[in-house]
Design a protein around this ligand. Structure first.
Ligand SMILES: C[S@@+](CC[C@H](N)C(=O)[O-])C[C@H]1O[C@@H](n2cnc3c(N)ncnc32)[C@H](O)[C@@H]1O
Length: 446
């Protein structure tokens, strides 16, 4: 049986029924099955494609299936989604092969009646795919955007209210793109230009240095990069371009005393350590002990030696006031800036969660400010783009009269500065062509 599709089907059903994350589940299954390059690429394309276009696919299926998609068994609905995705979006795959392989999987896992049902729906969709009409963009913009561009209705409604119809479409399109892979050179071990050259020359990757920050490298058409000697030896780590600005926003110096309030898995902790040349001390806190292990493993791989970890709930932790020179709060958030990287997030999050997260973020930010020395800097960052979790949380902190906001545009090259109109940096995927991200830096006054 076709290995790539077997794995795609398994991973999609797992994500649908157990809410596991796509990257973890897919990597585990791909490695377990020891897939060859071609199958690996197809399985990845199928999983991410179906997750991205799920709303679009379900809209089509609902027009042809006598049972609504939401009432179907998760296995059955993911087989249908896989079949329709191949028919509609993968020109290289003949329709006959798409239908046949899907029906074979249905026969393996379900009774004959289900296999016939899937066969019937897929053949019907193939014949009539050009007749499918989506809601009217003028009369029902939210319905149109959410089905055609495959995002949940509540989120589209929110964005249309904030950005208008045209910009919301651009944002959704950006979220549906295959994201770029960016890595951060670990300057404790190597300089970015040497690493970029090595990766290009030794492995034939298409490599370029990012316009910012200095450690950022763009890798195109790269697969299997976490198996490279350079990765094992800690010469680089995978990190989004906007996220790489966070440590810079703290204006770190060797010898400082720093706290990272929500640190795991340590992407930014290890970046801070590199900027501090491993001198000084970083207290890296996280609420989950298994995640503390990830911070420690990352520190070890990257040669970081100035980090002390602490497993604790930062909201209730008692520490001496005003003791840190720098504090990072890279807060737990809804993750809605990462819809290109983790497309399933859009189907998992709810509006209610956003409110709860905003409450938590405000508590964490206030706590951090109480531990910060006068004259010290605290950075607040999230990988989301909701006002509730970003601007509103910041507004609350700025009500204190002992703080001021630092203008972070100095971190950007001249040509990028005009994309930002505020002292804090809000990265929107359709504007900055990065992940969606938010960074604000607050100075505590003397
Ligand atoms: C956005 S992630 C941090 C990512 C990390 N800064 C990095 O760059 O790798 C947020 C982290 O906050 C942790 N967290 C959530 N609630 C917490 C709390 N009350 N106290 C401490 N850590 C918490 C989560 O376990 C999660 O690892």
């Amino acid at each position: 049986m076709d290995k790539a599709r077997v794995i795609a089907y398994k991973v999609l059903t797992q994500i649908d029924s157990e809410e596991v994350y796509s990257n973890l589940s897919l990597n585990r299954e791909i490695n377990r099955a020891n897939l060859e390059f071609r199958d690996r690429r197809l399985a990845t394309e199928l999983v991410y494609g179906v997750l991205r276009m799920r709303g679009h696919l379900d809209y089509i299926i609902n027009q042809f299936s006598k049972h609504p998609v939401k009432n179907l068994d998760p296995g059955v609905r993911n087989l249908l989604r896989l079949g329709v995705y191949q028919i509609k979006f993968l020109d290289k795959i003949p329709v006959r092969a798409a239908v046949h392989t899907t029906v074979e999987l249905a026969k393996r896992d379900f009774h004959m009646g289900i296999a016939k049902f899937i066969n019937g729906v897929l053949r019907n969709i193939d014949r009539k795919i050009d007749q499918v009409s989506f809601p009217d963009q003028i009369k029902d913009p939210v319905g149109y955007i959410s089905t055609f561009y495959s995002h949940p209705e509540w989120l589209v409604k929110k964005w249309v209210k904030r950005y208008g119809v045209k910009e919301t479409i651009e944002l959704c399109k950006a979220n549906n793109r295959v994201p770029e892979l960016t890595i951060r050179a670990n300057t404790l071990k190597i300089d970015p230009a040497t690493l970029a050259n090595n990766l290009a020359e030794k492995y034939g990757y298409e490599v370029s240095l990012l316009p910012y920050p200095a450690e950022g490298i763009l890798l195109e058409n790269a697969t299997g990069f976490t198996q490279l000697k350079e990765f094992y030896e800690g010469e680089f780590t995978v990190q989004g371009q906007a996220s790489m600005l966070v440590a810079h926003a703290l204006q770190l110096k060797p010898g400082m005393k720093v706290a990272d309030l929500c640190a795991a898995p340590g992407g930014k902790t290890t970046h801070m350590a590199a900027l501090m040349r491993n001198e000084g001390e970083i207290l890296a806190i996280d609420i989950y002990s298994h995640k503390i292990d990830l911070i420690e493993a990352n520190c070890k791989r990257l040669g970081v030696t100035n980090v002390k970890t602490l497993c604790a709930d930062t909201t209730t932790l008692e520490l001496k006031e005003e003791q840190f020179d720098r504090i990072l709060l890279d807060a737990p958030c809804s993750g809605l800036g990462l819809l290109a990287q983790k497309p399933e997030i859009r189907w998992m999050k709810t509006e209610k969660e956003i409110k709860e997260l905003a409450r938590l973020q405000k508590i964490l930010l206030k706590k951090g400010l109480s531990w910060l020395k006068p004259g010290g800097i605290m950075v607040y960052s999230t990988c989301t783009i909701t006002e509730e979790e970003n601007q509103k949380v910041l507004e609350e902190a700025l009500k204190m009269d002992s703080v001021e906001l630092i203008d972070l545009r100095y971190l950007l090259p001249e040509e990028e500065k005009e994309l930002f109109s505020t002292p804090y940096l809000e990265f929107l995927p359709h504007v900055t062509e990065t992940e969606g991200f938010f960074i604000a830096a607050i100075r505590k006054l003397n």
